[in-house]
Ligand binder design. Structure first.
Ligand SMILES: C[S@@+](CC[C@H](N)C(=O)[O-])C[C@H]1O[C@@H](n2cnc3c(N)ncnc32)[C@H](O)[C@@H]1O
Length: 458
C-alpha cells in the first residue's frame, strides 16, 4: 500500500523533465499542450514516471452519444402497461413516481404538460448534450490505465455519464473489459464504441454506483454519484455484483480493498480460455434487481440470446418463443396505430441479428440513425465477433495469445513483446491487434508513436 502511494504521487524533487510540473491527481496540465485529445478528453497528467511525452494517448474507440442497437434489445417487459406519473405542476426526482422506480419520464408516461418542468429526463438531457460536463478522462498510472475524474464539485445523486456502447448478446462477448450486463442475456459492450463512462475504474469503496433505468421502454445504465465528489477525485463504482469474487488484482487503493475485482459469471467462462485473463463483468447493482423479470431472466440465461427471444404477453406472463414461432408474430408497434413507424423500424430490424421486429420502437429508429445506419453497425459487429478468425494470422495469434494469457496484458508490455517475438510476429501486428480488440497496451501505443520500448517504457 505504501509503495503504491509513492507511485501515484511521485516526488517533485526527483523530477528532471521541465514538462513534469504537475503532480498526478492534483492538477491538470494545460490542455493546449496535449496532442491527440478527443472531444471529451481534456488532458492526461504529466508525472515524473510519465512525462507528457510518454503518457500514452487514449486507444482509439468510437465516441457514441447514445447506445447503438446491434442486437435488437427487446422492449423491457416491465415497461408495458405502465401509466403516467401522478405529478401535477412539475416532476422532481425525489417525488415523481416514475423517478422513484428508476423510470425516466417521456412523452408517453409523464403527466406534466411542459417537459421543461420535468426534472426526470436525465438520460434524454444527457443524450441531447444538455448536461454539464462533470468529468474528464485521465491517466491513473500503470496499474489501472486510464480513469475518469471529476472536473468540478459533483453533488450526491447526479448522473455523471451514461454507460454507452453497443447492445449485444452477452454470448457474443469476447473482450470483457468494457462490459455492462443487461437483463435477458444482453450487454452494453463499450470496447469498440462508447462514451467516457467506459473509462471508469472499479473501487472497493466507490463514490458512484451504476443504476439501470427504463427510458422509453429500454434499459439504460447511468453512473450516479452516491456522495459528494471533490474536483479531481477519481470517479469509481464497484464492478462486483455481490455474487462473484474475481481473480484480477485490485489497485483501487482503498483501505476497504478486498484485493480483487469481479469476474464474469461462470456461465460465460467459455469465452475466456484462461482463468486469469483480464476480463471484467460490470453488473448493475442490487438496488435495480427489481427490474429483472425473474422467470424471463431465468429462461433467457439458459438459452442463446441471439437464437431465442423472450416475449411478454398482456398479463405479464413470460413466454419464450423459439425462432421459428416468432416469424408469424405480428409487429407489435403496428398495434395502436403507428403502422408507418412499424414499417420503417421493421426494415431496420430486418438488418439486426435478432429478427425482433416487434420490439423496435421509434426511439430505436432514432438511436440507430443518430449513429451509423444499422447496416454499417452490423458490419462492425460482424468484424468484432470474428476478431479471432477474421483478419490475418498475426491478429489471430495475438488474439488467441491474449485470451489464453495468464497476465493482464496492459500491465505487461515486456511480456507482450516477448510473446510477439517468440512467435515471430511483426511488432505492428501487435498494435493492430490490440487496437482492434479495444485493449490498452502500452507497447502498442509506443509502437503507434514509432517509439522503442525499454524497461516497460517508450
Ligand atoms: C472498464 S475498463 C476501465 C478503464 C481502463 N482503466 C482503461 O484504461 O481503459 C476495466 C479495466 O480497467 C482496469 N481496472 C479497473 N479498475 C481497476 C482496479 N481497481 N485495479 C486494477 N485495475 C483496474 C482493469 O484492467 C479492468 O479490466
Amino acid at each position: 500500500m505504501v509503495q503504491r502511494r509513492k507511485q501515484l504521487v511521485p516526488s517533485l524533487k526527483k523530477c528532471r523533465s521541465s514538462l513534469c510540473k504537475v503532480r498526478h491527481g492534483l492538477a491538470r496540465q494545460d490542455p493546449s499542450s496535449c496532442e491527440g485529445s478527443s472531444p471529451h478528453f481534456l488532458c492526461t497528467d504529466c508525472t515524473c514516471e510519465h512525462p507528457c511525452d510518454q503518457t500514452p494517448s487514449i486507444p482509439s474507440y468510437q465516441l457514441l452519444s447514445c447506445n447503438r442497437q446491434i442486437a435488437c434489445l427487446p422492449v423491457a417487459p416491465e415497461s408495458r402497461g405502465l401509466g403516467k406519473c401522478a405529478c401535477t405542476k412539475q416532476c422532481d426526482l425525489g417525488s415523481c413516481l416514475n423517478a422513484v422506480m428508476l423510470i425516466e419520464c417521456g412523452p408517453s408516461n409523464c403527466s406534466v404538460r411542459k417537459s421543461s418542468l420535468c426534472k426526470n429526463r436525465q438520460f434524454a438531457d444527457a443524450q441531447a448534450g444538455k448536461l454539464d460536463q462533470l468529468a474528464e478522462v485521465f491517466w491513473t498510472g500503470d496499474y489501472k490505465g486510464f480513469g475518469l475524474r471529476a472536473t468540478t464539485h459533483i453533488a450526491r445523486g447526479k448522473l455523471i455519464a451514461e454507460y454507452l456502447g453497443e447492445i449485444v448478446p452477452q454470448s457474443s462477448v469476447q473482450n470483457w473489459r468494457y462490459i455492462m450486463a443487461l437483463p435477458q442475456g444482453f450487454a452494453i459492450h463499450a470496447s469498440m464504441a462508447g462514451g467516457p463512462a467506459r473509462f471508469i475504474n472499479h473501487s472497493c469503496d466507490p463514490n458512484c454506483n451504476a443504476q439501470r433505468w427504463l427510458v422509453e421502454g429500454r434499459w439504460h445504465v447511468g453512473i450516479f454519484s452516491h456522495q459528494d465528489i471533490k474536483p479531481q477525485e477519481e470517479i469509481t463504482f464497484s464492478y462486483s455484483n455481490g455474487r462473484s469474487r474475481g481473480s484480477d488484482p485490485c489497485h483501487c487503493g482503498s483501505s476497504l480493498c478486498t484485493g480483487r475485482i469481479a469476474n464474469p459469471p461462470r456461465k460465460y467462462k467459455k469465452f475466456q480460455e484462461a482463468p486469469d485473463a483480464d476480463v471484467v463483468l460490470q453488473e448493475v447493482p442490487e438496488q435495480v434487481e427489481a427490474y429483472e423479470v425473474e422467470s424471463a431472466s431465468e429462461e433467457s440465461e439458459e438459452v442463446e440470446a441471439d437464437d431465442w427471444i423472450v416475449e411478454v404477453k398482456e398479463n405479464q406472463a413470460v413466454e419464450v418463443l423459439e425462432p421459428d414461432d416468432r416469424r408469424d408474430e405480428p409487429a407489435k408497434e403496428c398495434e395502436g396505430g403507428v403502422e408507418e413507424v412499424a414499417c420503417v423500424t421493421a426494415s431496420i430490424a430486418a438488418e439486426c441479428t435478432v429478427q425482433d421486429e416487434g420490439s423496435m420502437t421509434l426511439q430505436d429508429l432514432l438511436r440507430t440513425s443518430c449513429n451509423t445506419a444499422a447496416r454499417t453497425t452490423r458490419a462492425a459487429e460482424q468484424e468484432n465477433l470474428v476478431q479471432c478468425e477474421g483478419a490475418g494470422p498475426d491478429r489471430k495469434t495475438f488474439c488467441e495469445t491474449f485470451f489464453a494469457g495468464s497476465r493482464s496484458w496492459h500491465q505487461a508490455p515486456i511480456e507482450a513483446k516477448q510473446i510477439m517475438q517468440q512467435q515471430n510476429l511483426p511488432e505492428e501486428s501487435e498494435q493492430i491487434a490490440a487496437l482492434s480488440l479495444g485493449l490498452y497496451l502500452p507497447s502498442a501505443l509506443c509502437l503507434s508513436r514509432g517509439l522503442q520500448i525499454e524497461n516497460s517504457k517508450c
